[in-house]
Design a protein around this ligand. Structure first.
Ligand code: GLN
Length: 316
């Protein structure tokens, strides 16, 4: 077995258990760095020292280390799935209401929306995710239920659900998101009532998932749009586009730094999870609740950095 660490190209066999162990050791060494999100009070109860990581390969292998099956709040990682489903159901029409450029601003920033006339910069900042949720609601009549069912089916975790305490906490402290939604609506860029859009947005952000659930659910992007059962969710071109937006916008105003360190398309959430895609090979998820200034998990970025650096595998 010509196992990597040490390999420098994308073709060879990767020794995932060895890579995961090294990534975990690096992540654990970040102990104490970063802060657990508390602007949504229900998230502040997360165990700051938890760490898990999982890999699902395109061949159907599944590996994990640490707390890889422990549930956490998916938060903005759900935006990957709401976008994918909106694209799968609606195709290109979505891009009339939301852009695909990095924002260079915090994920909950209001400033660009005014100068850009209520068209959010990209689908992964909160403003853009609200528009995506709105369109998914129009297409399906149940945006958050559609995301939940997709995650359940792909992960095989039938109990995967919204945590009502987190959803209520988000709603109670959601003045910024409400402001964003009303502002977008004032520009005519919401098709559903603000209250409906916010309810579904909070419900999909407050889904409880594990690293295991997320790699299984995200692996369609590693298979260029094909689900684990062999059926196609979206075209290869659409999968490419989603991976491109993940790379440029998936980790907020630190997307440049994430590309520099990790070199993979990825989506982070303030619950501390990051789901990353190694196209043609695997979906990888790392989780640790302590966040850096941009809202990305310190441990998860370190773990993914270690994995791509040791293996030599990234999109570059
Ligand atoms: N639900 C969170 C919010 O709206 C998601 C933010 C995130 O994970 N970056 O603020």
């Amino acid at each position: 077995m010509n196992s990597v660490p040490g390999g420098q190209n994308g073709g060879e066999h990767l020794d995932w258990p060895v890579l995961l162990e090294a990534a975990e050791a690096a992540a654990r060494a970040t102990r104490g760095r970063g802060r657990v999100a508390d602007y949504i009070p229900a998230l502040a109860t997360a165990d700051p020292e938890a760490f898990g990581m999982a890999v699902a390969t395109v061949d159907g292998e599944l590996y994990g280390v640490g707390d890889w099956e422990r549930p956490f709040s998916v938060q903005s990682v759900s935006k990957l799935f709401s976008l994918a489903l909106a694209v799968a159901y609606g195709g290109d029409s979505l891009w009339r209401g939301v852009g695909r450029e990095p924002s260079g601003n915090p994920f909950n920033s209001l400033v660009q929306l005014e100068t850009e006339h209520g068209i959010p910069r990209n689908p992964f900042i909160n403003a853009g995710a609200l528009v995506v949720t709105d369109r998914l609601q129009t297409m399906t009549g149940d945006a958050s239920g559609t995301v939940r069912e997709f995650l359940r089916r792909e992960s095989g975790n039938a109990g995967l659900d919204t945590d009502p305490v987190v959803a209520a906490s988000e709603a109670e402290h959601g003045h910024r998101n409400a402001a964003l939604a009303h502002f977008i609506a004032s520009h005519g860029n919401l098709e559903n009532p603000v209250e409906t859009v916010l309810e579904h947005y909070y419900a999909h952000c407050a889904l409880t998932t594990s690293c295991r659930d997320l790699v299984l659910a995200g692996s369609f992007l590693a298979r260029y749009g094909v689900r684990a059962d062999g059926t196609r969710l979206m075209s290869r071109s659409e999968a490419k586009r989603i991976n491109a937006v993940l790379l440029t916008c998936g980790t907020y105003d630190a997307a440049g730094e994430f590309a520099f360190r990790v070199g993979l398309p990825g989506k982070s959430g303030v619950g501390g999870g990051i789901l990353a895609i190694l196209p043609g090979r695997a979906a990888v998820c790392a989780w640790g609740p302590r966040l850096d200034q941009a809202g990305n998990s310190v441990a998860a970025v370190t773990a993914l950095d270690t994995l791509t650096t040791l293996s030599g595998c990234s999109v570059f």
